[in-house]
Ligand binder design. Sequence first.
Ligand code: ZN
Length: 271
Amino acid sequence: MARIPEEEIERLKREISVERLALAKGVKLKKHGENLLGLCPFHDDREPSLVITPSKNLWHCLGACQTGGTVIDWVMRAEGVRFRHAFELLRADIPSLEAFPEKPRGRQKEKVAKQSTTPKLPAVIEQRAADDVLLRQVTDYYHAALKQSPEALAYLQKRGLNNAEMLERFRLGYANRTLCYRLPQKNRVSGADQRGRLQALGIYGAKGHEHFNGSLVIPVFDGEHRVTEMYGRKVNDHLRAGCAWQAQQKGRRRPTRGPNAGNPTPKRQEL
Ligand code: ZN
């Protein structure tokens, strides 16, 4: 699992208020000393047992939940997701989780409380995209992830490859296991469909994991700038026994048009 920079976690804890998340969940809060009290949205609460301390940006349920913590703990609880997913939801800076510029009042407050509180990350993949468009979208996603991943950039630096122009030109990317958070849920028709397509294209493996997890991803383009295949190289020195350093996209399509039609794509450059 790609490491999340500690400073990113701290930034989210600082910039997103628990109070805001509680309001988005429809919790009515009342001031009590330096705390705010409300009905806990995570259990059938009759007496206000949710305590929020704005000065520390922490929350706690004194009732049935007997738990609490930071904004990340809140999202984990509210959305039933793990730490990494909660982090990604908060980091994506989605409008429903943004801090209000000012406190909502009256009707505006009602409206806010009733809006959907199920956060969605922006989709990476268009539902009806053709295969080559879909591969391009995954390539772009990995490329953006690389630029935000200190561990992958450190690997490139170590290999003397940390050149901004080169990263752009070759659209190098990094698979940091977050692609799945940008797909519809597995149990939705659209989620199953997209995973199936990504599996057929070799982006996902047979067990439903991203094939290039933890790898620098090198896309290969044909003469018309379509991605014809991808290669991966793990950036971490400490691999589990039996885990390969290098991976090739499995079940990839051969180019159907252009100079490489029907042929295996050009040899991989050694990275
Ligand atoms: Zn509770």
